[in-house]
Each structure stands twice: as structure tokens, then as C-alpha cells.
Write a protein that binds this ligand. Structure first.
Ligand code: SAH
Ligand code: SF4
Ligand code: F3S
Length: 484
């Protein structure tokens, strides 16, 4: 459904009637009802109310935020980037404690704004809200919040927004889990030419440090027909690059009524005419199949980039992390991928300071970094997450012990990446033009198939197009180039 079709659907709904029981019909009913409330606000303010959706965390959250924005836009709000708005929603992350601290800090700042603006409403959603201790803290210390909901019922956003207009006090709705996937709700995309697509939700892996399975629930795959239809519609709207999203895309389709592998799904997506580039995130090394490598190798559209989180190079720590591969298995897998697809860029995630991790364990991680030669790596200091098995381990490592080890890992990552990224210098590459350069508006910024950034002279009319660019100079992690 495009936006006009959605608007038309709204006009056929009587917001004074009975709410339908089925989804997504029920949510369209509530969007129509929300629109009525927004019209009252417009009459009082003499303008459209503004709203700001702030996203913390990963690409799944970014995609969820586009869904929240789609509903708000359809209901009559004006989307702005400024938190001094009539409605502010924080879509939160709790993967590491610093993500939580940032939310509390920003929430404190909103308090004063709300005092000055009697129309202002504040909502919180996302992963952090799935933690009972967080809800207690918000109820106690941030009583000015109007709405809280979690990850499992995000599709109910319109219904919950209506409740904030019709009920007194804080509206709280948190579910423990769900097996439901609601399709066909509105989405307001950030970029016209590229888009994320959820192919699955949740995670079943329970890596011992990770809170995601507790806050995102069990793994559920979307039906391939729904995914293909969504992408086909996006391509018709001008999207050329898609990013398939899941916590572990390599286990896609295992629980479908008619099971299907991720590699097969990719082959089906490849057939969509007009689609130029396919990306995906994240691949768990334990489930990466030979079939996938073969499909990637033969594909014209799948990007030459694989994000393959290592977490640690020490088999002892990997076992304690419940990652279910050894250092040797990981290295063999990386070698196999590089041999099959020589122009591929591999990137990774690394955690330093897992309980019991020693300097020798970290040397193993450094050894893997050197052997694989990552184009980029995200390095994190281990963060203790309440409720995970690792949080209960006795041998937690202190901050003072971790810091020098972390710095050493980071330094190795940067040195290696600098060397690796250079290997394309002097070559030409196809680049998707994404935006005008942040620092110099005579330059454009685009992305190579392998995800490396390139800056080059050009004008904004080229945004969203694929250009052949000569990679003239490598500056650490990016290139300066010239359109041919
Ligand atoms: N599903 C993805 C990762 C999702 S979380 C995967 O398995 O690869 C993104 C990254 O955050 C992880 O790869 C990990 O490196 C990091 N991370 C997760 N939990 C963490 C914790 N408790 N402390 C520090 N980093 C963590
Ligand atoms: Fe977390 Fe592991 Fe699941 Fe990734 S695979 S989300 S690290 S539990
Ligand atoms: Fe954070 Fe939730 Fe993503 S915890 S990393 S936003 S799945």
C-alpha cells in the first residue's frame, strides 16, 4: 500500500465506531481515531503538532522508528528532528549500559521542555522498556512520561497513542513475548533510495553476555512472500538498495511452515527487477552455510560485504560466551569466504573484558584480527547485563584491567583496517551516492559495494544514483574519488 492508498483507507473508517479485532485493520481504525485527536490539537494550536522520533541502538530499532514515524505522519503530525516538539518518542536500546544512561540523561532534558509546553507528550519504547527494573525507575523518577510500551507490541502504537488522549496518567503496556507479526502498517522511510527490511525478529542464541533474546523474544521469520512483496513495492517507489535485517539472518526460515534457507531467500530477492544492491545483517558464524557462500559468489546484486561478529578470538572465552564456534572454526570460515569471494570485505564486532578474560585471551583476539584482516571492526567493552548468565559469573574483570587491553585491540583493528581498505586504491568502483558531504558541500558521499565510503565532487541531483568512481586516494577508512 502506498501513502495515498493508506489515506484513502483511513477515510473509509468511522472513528466513532467499534474497533475491529483483526490486525492490521484494528490499527488503521486507531490511526483514524488518532487523526481526530490531532485535528483537535491543530484547532487549538493553529498549526500541525510536531513530533520527533529519536532512535538509540541498532538497525532494527531504526527500522522500527520508521514505522512509528509512518503512523505519526499519517495521523497528521509534522515530523521534525528537534526534541523541542509536541510529541517526542525515544526508541531505546539496552545492549550495553551506556545506552541506558544516555536515555536517562536525555529524558531529564525533556522534563523542562514539557513544563513549558502544555501540549507536549513523551513516550518511551524499545528494548530497554522490556526490563522491569527500568519501568520501576521511570514510574518513580520520571513521572512526566505519558506512554511506555515494549518491543512485542510496537504495532499497537496508534492504539496506545489514542489511550494517551483518552486516559489519565501514564499509559504502560509491556508484553513478555509474542508470536505475532503484523504486516502492512505505514512506514515513513528516512532515505528514498535505500531501506532496511526485517526478515526476522527476535533471537534464540542466548550468547551468555547478551540481553537481546530477553528483550526481543524468540526468533520468528517473516513469510518469504511478504518480504518479496515489500521489496517489490519499495523498488517501485525508487529504492535501489535494501538491507535485510535480523539478529541472525543465517537461521532465517527454520521455523516457517514451509522451511526455507536464507540463501534461497536471497536467490528469490535477486530476481526482483530494478533492485540493484542487497545487503544483510547480522551473520552468526555458527550458521553460515556453504550454500550462502555459493549464492553470494554467483550473485550480481549481493554486496561484497559480510559482517561476521567474532566477539572473541579465544576458544575458552567463546565457549563461556556460548557462541558455539572455536577460534579455528572461525578462521577456517573466514578463509573459505575470502577464497570464494576475493573482493569481499569482512567486518566484525569484538567484546573485550568478558568475565574471566585474561591478557592471553585478548592476544588470541588480536591474532584473529591480524589473520582475517577486517576492513572495519566495532570494539566494545563488556557491559554486565542483569539477567544474563555472564552477569552471574564470579570472575568479572575490572574497568582498570580492561582499559589497556581494549586500547590494544582498538589499535590493532585500526592499523589492520587502514592497510586493508587501501587495497582498492587506483581502481574504479560502483558507488551508490547517499548524501552531500557533512563537512564540504561541494562533495558527495557514497558507498562502495563493500561498504567503504567514498567522497567525490558532484552535485546533489546525483543522490540515489549509482556512479562509477575512480578511487584516487585512501585516507584511512575512506577514499577520495572522482566520477568517471
Ligand atoms: N545479533 C548480532 C549482534 C547484536 S548486538 C550478533 O550476534 O552478531 C551487537 C553487538 O553488541 C554484538 O555483536 C556484541 O559485540 C555487542 N554486545 C552485545 N552484548 C554486549 C554486552 N553485554 N557488552 C558489550 N557488548 C555487547
Ligand atoms: Fe545477542 Fe548472540 Fe543473539 Fe546476537 S546472536 S543478538 S549476540 S544472543
Ligand atoms: Fe539495542 Fe535492542 Fe538493537 S538492545 S542493539 S536496539 S535489538
Amino acid at each position: 500500500m502506498n501513502r495515498n492508498e493508506m489515506l484513502e483507507r483511513l477515510t473509509s473508517i468511522d472513528p466513532a465506531g467499534q474497533a475491529p479485532a483483526n490486525e492490521p485493520e484494528r490499527q488503521y481504525f486507531y490511526i483514524a481515531k488518532l487523526k481526530k485527536h490531532v485535528e483537535t490539537v491543530i484547532a487549538e494550536l493553529g498549526r500541525k503538532p510536531t513530533c520527533c522520533v529519536t532512535t538509540f541502538g541498532c538497525q532494527m530499532n531504526s527500522r522500527d522508528s520508521e514505522k512509528l514515524a509512518g503512523i505519526l505522519e499519517l495521523a497528521g503530525y509534522e515530523l521534525i528532528e528537534d526534541e523541542n516538539a509536541d510529541f517526542v518518542i525515544f526508541n531505546t536500546c539496552t545492549v550495553r549500559d551506556n545506552a541506558n544512561q544516555r536515555v536517562y540523561g536525555r529524558l531529564g532534558e525533556l522534563k523542562g521542555m514539557k513544563k513549558r509546553n502544555p501540549f507536549m507528550k513523551i513516550a518511551l519504547c524499545g528494548c530497554m522498556m522490556q526490563e522491569p527494573s527500568v519501568i520501576e525507575k521511570i514510574k518513580k523518577s520520571y513521572g512526566f512520561v505519558d506512554l511506555i510500551f515494549g518491543t512485542h507490541n510496537i504495532y499497537k502504537f496508534a492504539e496506545l497513542m489514542v489511550a494517551t488522549f483518552e486516559q489519565k496518567g501514564m499509559v504502560i503496556d509491556i508484553w513478555q513475548d509474542t508470536d505475532k507479526i503484523v504486516e502492512d502498517l505505514p512506514v515513513e522511510r528516512k532515505y528514498p533510495f535505500k531501506s532496511g527490511i526485517n526478515i526476522m525478529f527476535g533471537c534464540n542464541n542466548f550468547c551468555s553476555y547478551c540481553i537481546v533474546p530477553y528483550v526481543r523474544g524468540r526468533e520468528r521469520s517473516r513469510n518469504p512472500q511478504d518480504i518479496i512483496k515489500e521489496i517489490t513495492d519499495l523498488v517501485a517507489e525508487g529504492v535501489v538498495e535494501i538491507m535485510l535485517l535480523g539478529q541472525n539472518v543465517n537461521s532465517y526460515g527454520k521455523n516457517l511452515k514451509e522451511p526455507m534457507t536464507f540463501a534461497r531467500l536471497l536467490q528469490e530477492i535477486e530476481k526482483i527487477e530494478g533492485l540493484k544492491r542487497i545487503r544483510f545483517m547480522t551473520s552468526h558464524p555458527k550458521d553460515l552455510s556453504d550454500e550462502l557462500i555459493e549464492v553470494m559468489k554467483n550473485s550480481k546484486k549481493i554486496c561484497r560485504h559480510l559482517h561476521l561478529p567474532l566477539q572473541s578470538g579465544s576458544t575458552r572465552i567463546l565457549t563461556a560466551m556460548n557462541r558455539r564456534y572455536t577460534k579455528e572454526q572461525y578462521l577456517a570460515l573466514a578463509e573459505k569466504i575470502k577464497a570464494a569471494i576475493p573482493d569481499i570485505s569482512i567486518t566484525t564486532d569484538i567484546i573485550v573484558g568478558f568475565p574471566g578474560e585474561t591478557a592471553e585471551d585478548v592476544e588470541e583476539t588480536i591474532d584473529v584480527i591480524k589473520k582475517v584482516g577486517y576492513d572495519n571492526a566495532f570494539t566494545f567493552i563488556y557491559s554486565k547485563r542483569t539477567g544474563t548468565p555472564a552477569a552471574a559469573m564470579e570472575n568479572q574483570v575490572s574497568e582498570e584491567e580492561v582499559k589497556p587491553l581494549f586500547d590494544k585491540v582498538l589499535k590493532t583493528v585500526q592499523e589492520m583496517a587502514r592497510k586493508r581498505v587501501q587495497r582498492f586504491a587506483g581502481q574504479t568502483a560502483e558507488v551508490l551516492v547517499e548524501e552531500v558531504n557533512d563537512h564540504d558541500d561541494s562533495l558527495l558521499t557514497g558507498r562502495m559495494s563493500n561498504n567503504t565510503l567514498v567522497h567525490f565532487p558532484g552535485d546533489a541531483s546525483l543522490i540515489g544514483t549509482l556512479q562509477t568512481v575512480k578511487l584516487k586516494e585512501c585516507h584511512g577508512f575512506y577514499y577520495m574519488g572522482e566520477i568517471l
